[in-house]
Ligand binder design. Structure first.
Ligand code: TYM
Length: 332
């Protein structure tokens, strides 16, 4: 088993990232002896304009946020993509296997490009191929992600399969996505039909792992809801996306089923449920926020962790990259 996953170092770590992906990264650290590689996807971040002076800081801050969330740089290999050139190198080799038609189907590109398809960077279009390189480079078997990344992982499998077939060589392992059933898709607090995201202009739409207790409680109290009391079971949440999201967040945080939460809160209004959810969020996030605040200023320690991680990752990347060159008939 080899676990690989990444996160873009833009903006804050938010509750969607934490429940959808990072909490699984942390849990998988303890699961078996295989390598765990977790990285800051800085090469993905530059697909849209980023102020250069912000990118380096954001990368360190996201590393601090991951460590604060429980990623242990001694048990996991934590690094930033740009320090391991093999990612960009393999991406080029895989661009020649990926098909334009496959990329045209990527829903995240359609969402991000919107009506401006001709005006966005080539990198934004090609991004899922770099993502495929990220996991195929290490022969990843398991990739813990939120549901929005499922399509990108399917593309990685298609690329791996086509390459292995075209060049008659078993170079790449087909990776499996690991998607948490309870928190695969955490929605915005302002709109139950939109995903919680760093790019939402309203900060009220998300809980950041850096928010203090008052801010968290305020955001939960302001979260959009409907006027009905909570139902007694899961079926009663149908057609109530905001209620479904808040109950889902509670269940994921408490590690209990939605039905168990509704057995407790069914029949009560949001006036009772929201403060309980706010408290649970505050209690869960407090130790993470405290560790994050202690770490974030320590740039020397963070840089040395990332440099050490990149050295270990580079070693693991070398054999696959060499096999890919060889399979293609390229002389190195
Ligand atoms: P990114 O940075 O957008 O998100 C990081 C992780 O958080 C998950 N996530 C969510 N899960 C549930 N609910 C949400 N509202 C929510 N928002 C985000 C994402 O699914 C993801 O797992 N392209 C990737 C980064 C990446 C990557 C990779 C991931 C680059 N290379 C290789 C896996 C393997 C991205 O932009 O994630």
């Amino acid at each position: 088993m080899r676990v690989v996953s990444g996160i873009q170092p833009t903006g804050n770590l938010h509750l969607g990232n934490y429940l959808g992906a990072i909490r699984n990264w942390v849990r998988m650290q303890d699961e078996n002896d295989g390598d765990k590689l977790y990285f800051l996807a800085d090469l993905h971040a530059i697909t849209v304009y980023n102020k250069p002076e912000d990118l380096a800081n954001n990368t360190r801050e996201m590393a601090a946020a991951l460590i604060a969330s429980g990623i242990d740089p001694d048990r996991s290999i934590l690094f930033n993509q740009a320090r391991v050139p093999a990612h960009a190198e393999l991406a080029w080799l895989l661009f020649c296997t990926a098909r334009i038609g496959w990329l045209n189907r990527m829903t995240q590109f359609k969402d991000k490009a919107g009506k401006n398809r001709e005006g966005v960077s080539v990198g934004l279009f090609a991004y899922p191929v770099l993502q495929a390189a990220d996991v195929l480079l290490y022969q990843a078997t398991h990739v813990p992600v939120g549901e929005d990344q499922k399509q990108h992982l399917e593309l990685a499998r298609d690329i791996a399969q086509k390459f292995n077939t075209d060049f008659e060589a078993e170079v790449f392992t087909l990776p499996e996505p690991i998607i948490p059933p309870a928190a695969a898709r955490i929605m915005s607090l302002r709109d139950g039909s939109a995903k919680m995201s760093k790019s939402d202009p309203s900060d009220l739409s998300r809980i950041n792992l850096t928010d203090d207790a008052d801010t968290i409680m305020q955001k939960v109290k302001k979260a959009k809801t409907d006027p009905e009391p909570l139902p007694g079971d899961k079926a009663g949440l149908e057609g109530r996306p905001e209620a479904q999201n808040l109950v889902g967040i509670y269940a994921a945080l408490a590690d209990e089923s939605v039905d168990a939460i509704l057995a407790r809160f069914g029949g009560q209004g949001f006036g009772a449920f929201k403060p309980a959810l706010g408290e649970l969020l505050i209690e869960t996030l407090r130790p993470i926020t405290n560790r994050f605040n202690a770490l974030r200023q320590d740039t020397a320690t963070l840089d040395s962790i990332l440099i050490r991680g990149a050295e270990r990752a580079s070693q693991l990347a070398t054999p696959t990259l060499a096999q890919t060159y060889a399979a293609l008939g390229l002389q190195k």
